[in-house]
Design a protein around this ligand. Structure first.
Ligand SMILES: Nc1ncnc2c1ncn2[C@@H]1O[C@H](COP(=O)(O)OP(=O)(O)OP(=O)(O)O)[C@@H](O)[C@H]1O
Length: 262
């Protein structure tokens, strides 16, 4: 189990007069083996922070640590360690190559481990991973288009797991899915987190969803974290006026989360 720690992370887009600070000196710690929810209105910088955490965006300032390793550093060791942080995105269709059988997509994830494996080993691993996310491994040869949105999202989760991550960054992973299958994906994330002792940064604008999966919560506004703490406390009794406003503006908050099966 590893801690994910962002220290003073700033991300600026553009240059000169058109430069924009999307993330502004954010400190955020995801405790080992826990789920940390990240909420905030559209444009507050959540996705940019997520991208910085996995190395898809280089911070203008600040560092990202996995355990004690600064994964923003240029060394080979930093790069190798960075692969231990994997990301799952909002739209599983664009995250999967439509012409590649899903088994091969999952097998691509195995490359990130850096281990050389035989074809038989790879096939056995892909079978186990698909099984783990409740996709029939006999469908490994099917293309992404043959699956439902919820199934496709589970396949992208299997691909992320193939890299044997210590940290999973989930960016709005249920937002593009039917409400009826959101629960399946959320329960899968919860089970995986517990079984594999994953450290999870979970981003969503849906506060009910965040409350369902998170131990801790941070609230972002205009690139900054304005409040953080245990999920129960922050979402039930926010100290920050912006968080209170955010909670008020999202009607789903007062309603129970419906967790239907796929
Ligand atoms: N590649 C980019 N180039 C320039 N500006 C960007 C880029 N990506 C994001 N931004 C800007 O940075 C700010 C933060 O965006 P970001 O997507 O991180 O926020 P967010 O909280 O994830 O929003 P949403 O929930 O709508 O995805 C926004 O003003 C956005 O327009």
């Amino acid at each position: 189990m590893s801690e994910l720690e962002l220290r003073g992370v700033t991300v600026r887009y553009g240059h000169g007069a058109r430069a924009q600070t999307a993330v502004d000196a954010v400190d955020l710690t995801v405790r080992p083996g826990t789920t940390h929810g990240l909420v905030g209105e559209s444009g507050s910088g959540k996705s940019t922070l997520a991208r910085a955490a996995v190395g898809l965006v280089r911070p203008t300032a600040g560092q990202v640590f996995l355990g004690r390793v600064d994964v923003t550093g240029p060394s080979r060791y930093a790069r190798r360690t960075r692969r231990r942080v994997q990301m799952v995105f909002q739209d599983p269709m664009s995250a999967l190559d439509p012409r590649l059988p899903v088994g091969l997509s999952v097998a691509e994830g195995l490359l990130a481990t850096g281990r050389r494996t035989s074809r038989a080993d790879r096939e056995a691993r892909v079978t186990a991973l698909l099984d783990r996310v409740q996709i029939d491994p006999r469908r490994a040869g099917d293309l992404p288009g043959a699956f439902s949105g919820g199934q496709r999202q589970r396949i992208t989760i299997a691909r992320a797991l193939a890299a044997e991550p210590e940290v999973l960054v989930a960016d709005e992973i249920t937002s593009a899915l039917d409400v009826s299958v959101q629960g399946v994906v959320l329960n899968l994330i919860r089970d995986l987190q517990a079984d594999l002792a994953l450290t999870v940064l979970f981003i969503s604008h849906n506060l009910a969803v965040v409350r369902y999966v998170s131990d801790d919560v941070s609230v972002m506004r205009a690139g900054r974290v304005v409040e953080h703490g245990p999920a129960e406390r922050v979402l039930a009794d926010p100290a920050d006026p912006y968080t209170r406003e955010l909670l008020r503006s999202i009607p789903v908050m007062g309603q129970p989360l419906v967790l239907a099966d796929a």
